[in-house]
Design a protein around this ligand. Structure first.
Ligand code: AMP
Ligand code: ZN
Length: 664
């Protein structure tokens, strides 16, 4: 078999497995075998870049960085939907339709998936573009990110129209959402509020490999184009399934409004069994001919109607308002409720968000309140039943002191929340910060868990992460549930954290707004903690992707005398406070100040390696060509539009070999 055939057949086999797994939820190969085949393909492709295919299954892991998303005008506008709320609304709609079309009218009922809308363009069976809805007329080109979503076919099956658009919704199923939040919890990061916002936020991430890690799915509902080979919406769904798209099976034909309502009632109950969120039903006229006769209003098709499910609500008594202090010192008011059943779970607490929210709704202890469970994990209070307010009820006075350490709270302009400023003396903040320090993505200290940290702090054994390194086995042995062996593991775990790389130490310090990515950027740019500590505001802002907010926070962190003492202790204990010699050895300033665009496929280095070479040599990789670009490194199969633009702006176009000479 020729190499090319071998590559092609691996690709189509892997495609089929992806389809079975991600679209049909029915894998026919085990993970190990799949990974082996993928690896085999990766190796072949690396050796034979001449057979490059932008839609190869190996490119699902992402890696492409989009700095600015290009605006794309939709060839067919992406409309909204009109909403209906009652049987009467639907009957009125049916009457309007019957007045305007000939023949009997059939409806298709579909679920209304709650995520971010997307329009995919396919040409000759390949995905060529994915664009967000935007304002309906134009959206953002998010192709690189969408390609990482495994249920989006990159290459279609069976027969398909030459060119068409297909519309759908990117959703984040509950399971995946909860898993992401568990990881954030462990990493000490703020939790995502709901699957919908997380899904739509994901589409605009700059690093597509980050998107690849998120368990997003794409559910399709509408094909648009010419000569499509079907005449009804219902058939189009089936056709889409055959081409390899994920189209939920719930869709059903209905001959009357009564049948539509049966569908609504059924799903109003059973939607809780679905793996993803739905917020209603969409009813569409089945015949495409009739759809065309009906046309559009300025905002929505006349042939479709949304019917929103009512958000589930109950009323219960608000017993007490308490206040929680987070790792960053942020205060969150919490409503403690008389336990009540809501959407299948018992609810005891609801978030009150902040002081303004309490004032706006005039929420008071003793009130009967309406609780709603929308997409959010924590239910919220949406109103007070004033008719049930007790005569002796008192307006809620928001606390002015920290409930944990009694320090006067502050609220900065523009912040919705109050903060306890007692950074180094407030127990939940101290504990939270050390828990963050030891967490998996930070120092990953084995043998030490979050609860033990709380014990150590509450017993007065440590006040800061830097104190961990003075702990001895004898200190921790007396702690609850601490045996000889576990004490030893703990001390060993702490000891080995001294080898953790500088960028992770920097992340572990818990500087506000300095997450994993920012920590990496700063470490790479400044190379040592002292250089960061000495950097000025302008200097920090000049670093790629570091904004005002981060710069201020970094400066504030290092201007605290206490923090400097902690860092000094870490230094004495031998932690990595600068980039290792090995990392530094590969770094030069040869490309300092240069902005370089990389395009196409390369022979002696991979695209990722090339980008890394640019960064290691002090240059900046940029994704699109502008007058600020210094070089365009052109590989094989470079996009023609990039070349034209570079020529237009007279940007030097250099080959892979030229580039390698530059950094040699
Ligand atoms: P709205 O944003 O409330 O006007 O609702 C319109 C949006 O509903 C569309 O942009 C779609 O993204 C989304 N939607 C979800 N499921 C469907 C479906 N089955 N058919 C049509 N639109 C849907
Ligand atoms: Zn406090």
């Amino acid at each position: 078999m020729s190499i090319e055939t071998q590559i092609q057949s691996l690709r189509s086999e892997l495609r089929e497995h992806n389809h079975n797994y991600y679209v049909l939820d029915h894998p026919t190969i085990d993970d190990f075998d799949f990974d082996m085949k993928l690896k085999q393909l990766q190796e072949l492709e690396a050796k034979h870049p001449e057979f490059f295919d932008p839609n190869s299954p190996t490119l699902r892991v992402g890696g492409e960085i989009t700095k600015n998303f290009n605006t794309i005008v939709h060839e067919h506008r992406m409309y909204s939907l009109d909403n209906s709320y009652s049987k009467e609304d639907l009957l009125d709609w049916e009457k309007r339709i019957e007045k305007n079309v000939d023949g009997t009218v059939e409806f298709v009922c579909e679920l209304k998936y709650d995520g971010a809308s997307i329009s995919l363009t396919y040409e000759n069976g390949s995905l060529v573009r994915a664009v967000t809805r935007g304002d309906g007329t134009q959206g953002d080109d998010v192709t690189a990110n969408i390609k990482t979503i495994k249920s989006v076919p990159l290459q279609l099956k069976g027969d398909y129209p030459d060119k068409f658009d297909i519309r759908g919704e990117i959703v984040l199923p509950f399971d995946g959402f909860h898993k992401m939040n568990e990881e954030r919890l462990e990493a000490g990061e703020e939790l995502y509020r709901n699957p919908r916002n997380t899904a739509s936020g994901s589409l605009k991430l700059q690093d597509s490999s980050e998107v690849a890690k998120r368990p997003l799915e794409c559910l399709l509902y509408s094909i648009i184009g010419r000569d499509l080979g079907f005449t009804t919406q219902f058939d189009s769904l089936d056709k889409a399934r055959h081409m390899g798209f994920k189209v939920p099976e719930a869709a059903k034909l209905a001959m009357s409004v009564d049948e539509v309502l049966e569908f609504v009632e059924y799903w109003d109950v059973h939607r809780h069994d679905l793996p993803y969120e739905t917020d209603g039903v969409v009813i569409k006229v089945n015949s495409l001919q009739q759809q065309e006769e009906l046309g559009y209003t300025a905002k929505a098709p006349r042939w479709a109607m949304a019917y929103k499910f009512k958000a589930e609500q109950v009323s219960t008594r608000l017993n007490e308002i308490t206040y929680q202090v987070g790792r960053t010192g942020a205060i969150t008011p919490v409503a403690n409720l008389k336990p009540v059943e809501l959407a299948g779970t018992t609810v005891k607490r609801a978030s009150l968000h902040n002081a303004d929210q309490i004032a706006k709704l005039d929420i008071r202890e003793g009130d009967e309140v309406y609780v709603e469970k929308g997409g959010e994990i924590i239910p919220k209070i949406i109103a007070v039943d004033l008719s049930k307010r007790p005569a002796d009820s008192k307006v809620t006075q928001y606390i002015t002191q920290c409930p944990e350490c009694q320090t006067e709270l502050v609220r900065q302009e523009g912040d919705a929340k109050h903060y306890c400023p007692n950074y180094n003396g407030c127990n939940p903040q101290i504990i939270g910060r050390i828990q963050h320090y030891i967490s998996r993505k930070a120092m990953d200290i084995e043998g030490l868990g979050g609860e033990t940290v709380a014990l150590l702090v509450n017993e007065g054994l440590i006040f800061n992460y830097s104190d961990l390194y003075t702990l001895k086995k004898e200190d921790v042995l007396p702690l609850e549930r601490m045996a000889e062996k576990s004490a030893e593991n703990l001390i060993n775990g702490i000891e080995s954290s001294k080898q953790i790389s500088f960028e992770r130490v920097l992340f572990a310090l818990g500087i506000r707004y300095v997450g994993e990515t920012v920590a990496k950027k700063l470490a790479k740019h400044y190379k040592s903690i002292d250089a960061i500590a000495n950097a000025s505001n302008e200097d920090l802002i000049a670093v790629d992707e570091i904004g005002e907010r981060i710069a201020e926070s970094v400066i504030e962190f290092f201007s605290s005398e206490e923090n400097n003492v902690f860092i000094e202790k870490l230094r004495i204990h031998g932690l990595q406070l600068e980039l290792s010699a090995e990392k530094l050895a590969n770094q030069t300033d040869k490309l300092k100040g240069l902005s370089i665009v990389v395009s196409g496929v390369f022979v002696s280095v991979s695209r990722t390696e090339l980008k890394k070479l640019i960064e290691d040599n002090g240059g900046k990789v940029s994704s699109s060509i502008s007058s600020k670009t210094n070089y365009l490194v052109a590989g094989e199969k470079m996009g023609p539009s990039k070349r034209t633009k570079a020529e237009l702006l007279e940007i030097p176009i250099i080959s892979e070999d030229d580039f390698l000479l530059l950094v040699e």
